[in-house]
Design a protein around this ligand. Sequence first.
Ligand SMILES: Nc1ncnc2c1ncn2[C@@H]1O[C@H](COP(=O)(O)OP(=O)(O)O)[C@@H](O)[C@H]1O
Ligand SMILES: [Mg+2]
Length: 331
Amino acid sequence: MSTPLTNLLQVNQLSKHFEVPVAGGWIQRSASLRAVDGISFNLNEGRTLGLVGESGCGKTTAARLVLGLMKPTAGSIVFEGQEISAMRNAQWRSTRQRMQMVYQNPLGALDRRLKVIDQVTEPLKIHHIEDGRTQTEKAQSLLGELGLSSTHWHRYPHELSGGQRQRVVLARAMILSPKLLVCDEPVSALDVSIQAQVINLLQEIQEKYGVASLFISHDLKVVRQVSHNVAVMYLGKIVEQAPPEILFKSPQHPYSQALISAIPSVSHRKNQGRILLQGDPPSPLFLKPGCAFATRCPLAMPVCSVKEPLLTQINNEHFAACHLVTKDAAC
Ligand SMILES: Nc1ncnc2c1ncn2[C@@H]1O[C@H](COP(=O)(O)OP(=O)(O)O)[C@@H](O)[C@H]1O
Ligand SMILES: [Mg+2]
């Protein structure tokens, strides 16, 4: 019998609205930009939740909120059963060690003045974990697991390839034995062949150490490969959520259908079934009432520009926010 999964992260109705200046005559005005607008999800220990959506839909903001790098406008984040906003400094510092970030741009995430080995021992030094010798041994062992041999340990970041740098970022994140990795487009800046290697490594490491991951990407193919559950975001909201085998087989939201149909295939016949979305997403500054996707939706109905569809359970693990799903067409 399989052991029940333990909940690690619970995000409830999380929002981040930025007040941004808008042009308008002599008087300085500001408007609220809804970068993240009431998202909720759960993540169990050792599992991966893929967060996918077009650029600007709020993925990085959601990641930064989860990691406590910015304060939410509303909502709650519960990690290991504790509300993050209620944590005092010491508790937050210790909790934060168990949540680590893997960034898109490894060169930006690494200190250019530090050699590889020092990049990886640095978090242990900052948190006064182990003595100097053990710190070095731990870092060497982790770097070895991540495919970086002793020939790389004394190099600087600019002396490594993109894939090697991302391995150093991964080692730096893993050295504190986190429970959660927040990976924000971790392979988007890498060549396709290197992407596959880094993703395999990430999966191996996750399995070996039982670490959960919030895996953010605009690339559905990558998300499908790594995730146990996928949340599709559109303009700050989750519009569909399901395990990948269900989402990719029977997407219910027209936005997910369009994204999935746009995944390139080797089959010419499949490529012909592509749904082309018209226009750009509307500005998150001036959202109209109703469904934010209605302006681009090929299946939009009158109700869609009036009433916002709520995320509704279709079956066990499948949720979608669309009037076609909730059969609200008559409203
Ligand atoms: N600090 C900020 N101030 C104002 N607007 C921001 C800020 N950070 C992000 N945004 C806006 O929030 C929206 C979501 O951004 P982001 O989370 O970076 O999206 P993604 O990672 O999906 O590309 C965008 O419209 C972006 O311009
Ligand atoms: Mg981003």
